[in-house]
Design a protein around this ligand. Structure first.
Ligand code: ZN
Ligand code: ZN
Length: 256
């Protein structure tokens, strides 16, 4: 699997830094994971958005899905799409409120919302705990600890595994999901300061402990808030996790 970072700024974009968005590719299948603010611009710099075969959303906070409306405009109005978006509606795996959420974000007024459902160019699949197959990927979906309907994912292909925590606090469910994963891509928003919010995001210490307890092969730190010192977050994670660890950067790719 090839993982590409379209954006990794946590909760809000930073200077020339998009929010959460990733591409995961295997067997010629291109899966988009999250589509936060700024990620569609980055995607067009590296890939054709019409090459997407499916989209997967952990939850519906804007920093994970704000560019969905922009993708809708592109899919509806681009004069020369490389793949017909109506004959090939894009499968969207997302929390069950996604159709309403995306219609509300796209439609400018109540009259428009009354007739809009976005199903001309998308096909919505609500997420629930369990296993879902998306193209060549087996995705284990597990409820995250976050103040809304939110999920973490374990994505397996060809005997390799990637755990993407999404936004989450610590939990036994997450510990179990991450067990033995080759790579853990972890929401690591802030340092382990006593003032941090609980049941929301992982601190560097918590991400390091997660990776260490899971015996993961590699920890990728992401979703650091733009006003947080990424080096400090990385350093405290590194004190807990003995394996390879890295702060991801927009535009970077990783073989999983
Ligand atoms: Zn977030
Ligand atoms: Zn969130």
């Amino acid at each position: 699997m090839l993982l590409t970072v379209l954006g990794c700024s946590g909760s809000s974009p930073g200077p020339r830094a998009a929010c959460s968005g990733y591409l995961l590719e295997a067997d010629g299948f291109l899966l988009g994971i999250e589509l936060g603010n700024g990620t569609l611009a980055e995607m067009q710099a590296v890939r054709d958005p019409f090459a997407l075969d499916a989209l997967l959303f952990s939850h519906l906070h804007p920093d994970h899905c704000a560019d969905f409306s922009a993708l809708t405009v592109l899919r509806r109005y681009h004069p020369a799409p490389t793949r017909d978006p109506r004959a090939n509606r894009l499968p969207v795996y997302a929390p069950r409120d996604a159709p309403d959420r995306f219609v509300a974000a796209y439609s400018p007024d109540e009259a428009d919302r009354a007739t809009e459902d976005l199903t001309d160019v998308y096909e919505f699949h609500p997420l629930a705990d369990g296993i879902v197959h998306i193209g060549p990927f087996e995705v284990t979906v597990a409820t995250a600890t976050h103040p809304c309907d939110a999920y973490s994912f374990r994505i397996v292909h060809g005997g390799r595994s990637l755990v993407y925590t999404g936004d989450t606090g610590v939990s036994p469910t997450l510990d179990k999901l991450a067990k033995g994963a080759d790579t853990v891509l972890a929401d690591t928003s802030w340092t382990h300061a006593a003032s941090r919010q609980r049941d929301m995001h992982l601190s560097g210490v918590e991400a390091g402990q997660l990776a260490q307890a899971a015996g993961t092969g590699r920890l990728l730190v992401t979703h650091v808030l733009p006003w947080t010192d990424g080096a400090a977050v990385l350093a405290e994670a590194g004190e807990e996790f003995a394996g390879p660890i890295q702060l991801v950067v927009q535009g970077e790719s990783f073989e999983i």
